[in-house]
Design a binder for this molecule. Structure first.
Ligand SMILES: NC(=O)c1ccc[n+]([C@@H]2O[C@H](COP(=O)([O-])OP(=O)(O)OC[C@H]3O[C@@H](n4cnc5c(N)ncnc54)[C@H](O)[C@@H]3O)[C@@H](O)[C@H]2O)c1
Length: 440
């Protein structure tokens, strides 16, 4: 089938490449001229394991193209996917300006019947608005063209996006008619191994399903983070509590890791957008307001630990940070806890050094010279007063602890991701703090 993917970011590029990999002809459209030129030269603008090989293979076999020309993209397309960003506006609402602009462009360029599929995460009712915009643009051109609309949320996780897309737990399809449903089922069936895990429902239900899934995952994280605060003062160990509660089949063990909060391009903005869109309909989501509050304060927990051990004035301290991206296996810095930690350390006057295996270029663009960046994880430790673990990259799991200790001025490790064993750290001579676990 012929697919046009409008928006070639984390979601659009992965979706486009994976649909090409399953035999479809895909044209990826983006307004970013640089990005399209780079992709046409075989350069991948984001770090996502396995994506480069897949893009190059499908591009060289003629199934994947990159263009800034939307009229070329939509020409003959069976599906036109909208996969542009929906960032948070100042009031927390989803900023739909990119989505609406794409809808206008589709209406101005469409020449054949197609199905327009929203893949961006959007509030309930948005896909219907997209239809109205396309319809009014077509009317303006005097064109009476029959097209369908659908909403297919994306559940991929950065860092394992290809595997998630190629082997999804489920595919959700929001449609109004069988005419729209059947081709979409055909498109996604090779990934799900048949229709079994394809859930089709109304468009508003599908739009809300995406927000509900992210809000539930964010809630589990904030629940565990709040519980870990009580563990800290009560002598309980959050690891044991997690095992004990997670083994209940009604609860399950996944997504119960305490840490320094969720970040990234999805959970923070989607929780905010769900609170906002629900408020607009007169329903207050007070549980999600609490989820957000907990997350906001959790991000800077290591700075509070540092102030507890060194006092409020951090101006004579050198702090080393391992990990900057919001989670391992991605270079995405959006809403990363590292940004809040650096901000607070800077305000307190500390000298900050940082290392991340892949996110340093993106981090430099945001943090500028407020941080000095090292070439490897050891070079930033020289005479450091403290090491903060912000992102649990595999590389940081088994470091040369003797080397770490010998390089540092003080062997203080503040572990925001519970990577190390508190007892072993103490035995090796470190002063060690982690989230919700006894100090060793
Ligand atoms: N990143 C994720 O892990 C993830 C997962 C699931 C869902 N989502 C949702 O998917 C959507 C896209 O997210 P993303 O992370 O891929 O965003 P992104 O910012 O990485 O990419 C968006 C792309 O759209 C392009 N764009 C903007 N306006 C355009 C236009 N008029 N025409 C063509 N291209 C245009 C931008 O240049 C950019 O390349 C969001 O709604 C997000 O919530 C993201």
């Amino acid at each position: 089938m012929k697919v046009c993917m409008v928006g070639t970011g984390y979601v659009g590029l992965v979706t486009g490449a994976c649909l090409a990999e399953s035999g479809n002809y895909v044209r990826c459209v983006d307004i970013d001229v640089e990005k399209c030129s780079a992709l046409n030269r075989g350069e991948i603008p984001i770090y996502e394991p396995g994506l480069d090989v897949m893009v190059l293979r499908n591009a060289s076999q003629g199934r994947l193209q990159f263009t800034t020309d939307i009229s070329y993209g939509v020409e003959d397309a069976d599906f036109v996917f909208i996969a542009v960003g929906t960032p948070p506006g100042p009031d927390g609402s989803a900023d739909l300006s990119f989505v609406m602009e794409v809808a206008r462009q589709i209406g101005r360029t469409l020449t054949n019947p197609t199905t327009v599929v929203t893949k961006s995460t959007v509030p309930v009712g948005t896909t219907e608005q997209i239809r109205s915009i396309i319809r009014s643009e077509l009317d303006g051109r005097g064109i009476d063209l029959d097209f369908d609309i659908a909403f297919c949320p994306e559940f991929l996780r950065e860092g394992s996006a290809i595997d998630d897309f190629m082997h999804p737990d489920r595919v959700v399809i929001g449609v109004e008619t069988d005419r729209a449903r059947e081709p979409l089922v055909r498109l996604f069936s090779p990934l799900t191994g048949g229709e079994n895990s394809i859930y089709s429902m109304s468009i508003p239900s599908a739009e809300l399903t995406k927000y509900a899934a992210n809000a539930m995952l964010a809630t589990r994280i904030s629940f565990m983070n709040e519980l870990s605060r009580f563990c800290d003062v009560s002598g309980a160990n959050v690891d044991d509590v997690k095992r004990g509660m997670g083994s209940d089949s009604r609860i399950g063990p996944r997504f119960l890791n305490p840490g320094i909060g969720y970040g990234g391009s999805c959970f923070p903005k989607d929780v905010k957008a769900l609170i906002d869109s629900s408020n607009r309909k007169g329903v207050r989501m007070s549980l999600l307001e609490a989820v957000e509050d907990i997350n906001r304060s959790q991000k800077t927990l290591p700075v509070r630990w540092l102030k507890e051990s060194a006092g409020e004035d951090l101006s004579r301290l050198t702090v080393a940070i391992w990990g900057l991206s919001f989670k391992p296996e991605t270079d995405d810095m959006r809403e990363a806890p590292a940004l809040e930690i650096v901000k607070e350390l800077k305000e307190a006057g500390a000298t900050i050094r940082a290392f991340d295996p892949v996110a340093m270029d993106k981090a430099k663009e945001i943090l500028g010279d407020s941080v000095s960046f090292g070439d490897d994880c050891y070079s930033i430790l020289d005479q450091a007063d403290c090491l903060i673990i912000v992102t649990e990259w595999l590389l940081f799991r088994e470091p040369d602890f003797d080397r770490v200790k010998n390089l540092m001025a003080r062997p203080l490790v503040l572990d925001g991701r519970n990577v190390y064993d508190p007892k072993e750290m103490e035995e090796m001579g470190f002063t060690y703090r982690s989230v919700g676990r006894p100090r060793g």
